[in-house]
Write a protein that binds this ligand. Structure first.
Ligand code: FAD
Length: 408
């Protein structure tokens, strides 16, 4: 962006003044900024006042769900043009939408991304052309809500080899699923669960859309979480669950197809980790400018400024990383190690940034009255989901050396 667009009204319209130090926002079009501004206003006015209470209660503020859906953020008409939605919104817009949500709250970002990232990716990568034609419009307008059910109680990091939920095809061509899934985000309000199961006939992983209310499906809420408390995660039991062949995702024929989904989803999480840093940094900066000790503002102390500089460095590096990754993906370059690197590095930076933010707010930094406590706690779940630090490091190591250090 040229200097002239940084001045006057254009500058006043900027969304990310302090936390977007190198002006990544300039990559957005005016229309994209307009949609994101709409989201920003909604979050500030409607979501922000609810966050501390709902976080403490461990409940999702369900009154926000339909209004958020009504904002038409997934493929906004302003960006895709009228009529059939065949000009998809750009990756950079999707990234900043995740950033904006996470900058307000990590559970809201995770909730939205469960549909717009995880479930949508499952359909985009796994469904046949005919299935996509039927389901994708419903995914985009949330009339078909779904979740991604891969992790199991006994298999998280080693799910590729360890996945033990079974799929048995009957003589009528339909399927019976048995097993259990763990940690599935948003399952309690979904219409369907995208369940990954191993076909007993050929040993390969297949995927099925299972009606949440089908006979044999049991959902239990995971209680006592200390992170992402607003987001609801389920332990799912599948006992003799019947699924018609028409609800199998026809393009998923082995774990390689699942890996292609994970590759796309990890970049979304890197955007979440970056948005969390922005939220924590802004809250801490505000605090140190207002709070006075020793007769001066906290922000005037050298040791405080060093922490602010480190936080901004982490945030700027993460934002640069996810922006470049998104540009590469938009050009068609999708490699496991690229999204693994962005997820790993942005999460490392996030952990330091939220810890520094919490530190800067002192005692108040452990109460929900300051935003930093929420970001600090929520960052831990984001650090672990969608591939832990170690697993992403091993993916990068394998690409660098040609040697797989996964034990199985
Ligand atoms: P484990 O695999 O048991 O790992 C424990 C520790 O051991 C980690 O530090 C790990 O890095 C380390 N480790 C494991 N193997 C190795 C190795 N070979 N070398 C070195 N270290 C190793 N899953 C879904 O399918 N859908 C969802 O919607 C979903 N949402 C989630 C939401 C939340 C809040 C959380 C916490 C998890 C969610 N997950 C979901 C699951 C998530 O992807 C897993 O938690 C994650 O993959 C790690 O698996 P695990 O928790 O079983 O840990």
């Amino acid at each position: 962006m040229g200097l002239e667009t940084r001045t006057g009204t254009a500058a006043a319209e900027r969304l990310y003044n302090v936390c977007d130090y190198y002006d990544a926002e300039s990559l957005l079009t005016a229309d994209e900024r307009h949609v994101l501004g709409r989201l920003r206003n909604f979050l500030d006015q409607n979501a922000r006042p609810l966050l501390a209470d709902y976080w403490e209660r461990g409940e999702f503020p369900s009154q926000l769900a339909q209004p958020l859906i009504d904002l038409d953020l997934m493929e906004p008409a302003e960006l895709t043009g009228p009529g059939p939605r065949n000009i998809p919104a750009r990756g950079i817009y999707h990234g900043f939408r995740i950033f904006e949500l996470a900058r307000t709250d990590a559970s809201l970002a995770t909730w939205y991304t469960a549909q717009a990232g995880l479930f949508r990716t499952a359909i985009r990568v796994g469904a046949s052309a005919e299935q996509q034609a039927e389901w994708m419009p419903q995914v985009v307008d949330f009339s078909l809500k779904g979740v991604f059910s891969l992790t199991e109680p006994e298999s998280g990091s080693d799910i590729a080899g360890g996945l033990s939920t079974t799929a048995r095809r009957g003589s009528d061509g339909n399927w019976t699923l048995d097993g259990a899934k763990r940690w599935i985000g948003g399952a309690s309000t979904a219409d369907v669960l995208a369940v990954f199961a191993r076909d007993v006939a050929d040993g390969q992983v297949k995927a099925f859309l299972v009606d949440r209310e089908a006979a044999g499906v049991t959902l239990e809420k995971i209680h006592r979480k200390t992170s992402l408390r607003m987001m609801q995660n389920a332990h799912i039991t599948l006992n003799n669950v019947r699924v018609p062949e028409s609800m199998r995702l026809h393009k998923v024929n082995s774990f390689k197809d699942v890996a292609a989904m994970l590759r796309a989803m990890r970049s979304d999480v890197a955007w979440i980790a970056t948005g969390i840093q922005a939220g924590a940094f802004e809250a801490a900066l505000r605090y140190v400018c207002e709070r006075r000790q020793f007769g001066r503002s906290l922000g005037s102390f050298q040791l405080v400024q060093e922490k602010l500089a480190r936080m901004l460095g982490n945030l700027t590096a993460s934002l640069s990383l996810v922006v470049r990754l998104t540009e590469q993906q938009a050009a068609g370059v999708y490699r496991d190690q690229d999204s693994a690197l962005a997820k790993m590095q942005s999460c490392l930076a996030m952990r330091e940034t939220v810890a520094l933010a919490r530190e800067l707010v002192g005692g108040n930094g452990i109460t929900l009255d300051s935003d930093v406590a929420r970001f600090h706690a929520d960052a831990e779940a984001v650090y672990s989901y969608e591939g832990t630090h170690e697993i992403n490091a091993l993916i990068i190591g394998r690409a660098l050396t040609g040697e797989s250090a996964f034990a199985r």
